[in-house]
Structures are given as C-alpha cells and as structure tokens.
Write a protein that binds this ligand. Structure first.
Ligand SMILES: [Zn+2]
Ligand SMILES: [Zn+2]
Length: 250
C-alpha cells in the first residue's frame, strides 16, 4: 500500500532520526515530529510563541491526543496547515477541532474540487472513513505569506502529485515542509486521480530554483533530507537537470 512515493524509497521503516532536529530546534522554539495514521504520515508541531502552535498534516487519529497533551501544557494548536488534500494529510483535522474548536484548517485553493474525492479513497485503502471531514477554513494561494504562532511561512504551490499541493517554507529557519512533492531519493506519485506529471515537472523546476541547497526538507513520509543531498542523489532531480524527466514521467 503506497499512496505517495514514485518508487519505494525503502525508508518507510525508519523515520526522522532522533536529534536530527537539532539545528531547527535552535531556531523554532517549540518543535515536535510525530509519525501518525495508517500511511505513517510525518506530522509536525511548531511554535515560537509557546502559547499557540501550528500543526502540519493531521494524517492520523493520534493528532487528537497530541492536541490535548499540548493543551495541558498551555500550548494551543490554533492553525492546521495541510500540504495537500490526500486523506493521509488532511482527514483527521476534525479530530483536532474536537479538542480546539477554533483551530483553523489551511489548504490550497486548487484542492477545492479534489479533497472530498481523496477522502472517498479511504475505502480503496480498506480504511473506515472518519465520521466527519472538516471543511478547510482558509484557502491559501501561491506566494502567500502566513504569519502564525510567531513564525513567517511562505506558501509555494507545487501541483503535480495533487492539484493543490504546497510547500510551506520557513525562510528564516531554512526549513521546507515539502509534503508529498519530494522525498528522500524520490518524488510523489503522479499516476493518481487528479495527478499531473507535466505539472510535477514544472513544480520540480520551481522547487529546485527557489529552495536553495542549505534548506532542510521535511517530507510527508519517510526521512528528512536537504536540498543539497537531493540535487546530488535524487534520480528524479538528476533527470530533471539533464532534461530527461519527461522520459521518466510522461
Ligand atoms: Zn501522503
Ligand atoms: Zn499525497
């Protein structure tokens, strides 16, 4: 069962290494990483204010416990940023809202027509649909700057894996939450309903020019990486540079 990566990265059994957040931990005051849900989604919590927090990708029922544990520590998840509308990134936003009613869900505008259909795909994965899918509260767009929880976050629209896929870029911290656009040594699948290989190629061109080598990349699944390593080792980015990605994807 693999909804995400273009090829098996072999990385699904090992996740972000403990202590691998050291550099970022110095920059973002509060930072947590969890692996959640049936498709082992990377879910992150970030805050610079220590009173309100951002959660990226509520990909499993565990987010309810994460939200209530933090609530007890005085940290309230007020913003839920979703990298794209696939159920393994969005579907459990409603579980957070059960704990914190006012938590707002952010999704890119171009996922308006697809996110409910992705939710229906849960059946094909042999999963029971959760009782309620949250309607996103904030429809975001390319290049939008979000100032949330004391952090400045730039939205980069990267359609391909899905129409409304985005990267959340923290320019000051040099962290990029890349969702299912890029993985360590791989890229997101482009053979799913609403995927577009052509758009993926354009998005990867945009990503490799906008996100510089020193950025840490935090993908939707599997291990973290950085742009320098991916430009060097990722077969899809190597093919892109050589002008041969069309042959791999189209
Ligand atoms: Zn995913
Ligand atoms: Zn996905």
């Amino acid at each position: 069962m693999n909804l995400d990566s273009q090829q098996d990265t072999g990385g699904y059994d090992i996740y972000l290494k403990k202590g691998s957040n050291e550099s970022s931990a110095r920059k973002v005051k509060f930072w947590q990483h969890h692996v959640v849900g049936p498709l082992q989604t990377n879910c992150f919590v970030l805050s610079n204010t220590m009173t309100e927090a951002i959660l990226i990708d509520p990909g499993g029922p565990e987010v309810k416990g994460i939200a209530s544990d933090l609530e007890k520590q005085g940290i309230r998840i007020t913003h839920v940023l979703v990298t794209h509308g696939h159920f393994d990134h969005l579907a459990w936003a409603s579980e957070i809202q059960k704990v914190i009613e006012e938590a707002k869900v952010y999704l890119h505008h171009d996922e308006k027509d697809s996110y409910e259909k992705f939710y229906d795909m849960m059946h094909f994965f042999g999963l029971n649909k959760i009782d309620h899918l949250s309607e996103p509260d904030v429809w975001i767009k390319d290049n939008q700057i979000l100032n949330l929880s004391g952090l400045k976050i730039k939205v980069i629209h990267v359609p391909g894996h899905s129409p409304g896929s985005v990267i959340y870029m923290l320019e000051e911290e040099k962290d990029a939450y890349v969702g299912d656009c890029i993985f360590r040594n791989s890229i997101g699948r482009v053979d799913l309903p609403f995927s577009s290989p052509k758009k993926m190629i354009q998005s990867l061109k945009k990503v490799t020019s906008e996100i510089t080598d020193e950025y840490r990349l935090l993908p939707g699944h599997g291990l973290e990486t950085n742009m320098k390593a991916e430009k060097k080792h990722n077969p899809y980015l190597i093919a892109l540079r050589r002008g041969m990605l069309d042959q791999l994807l189209l």
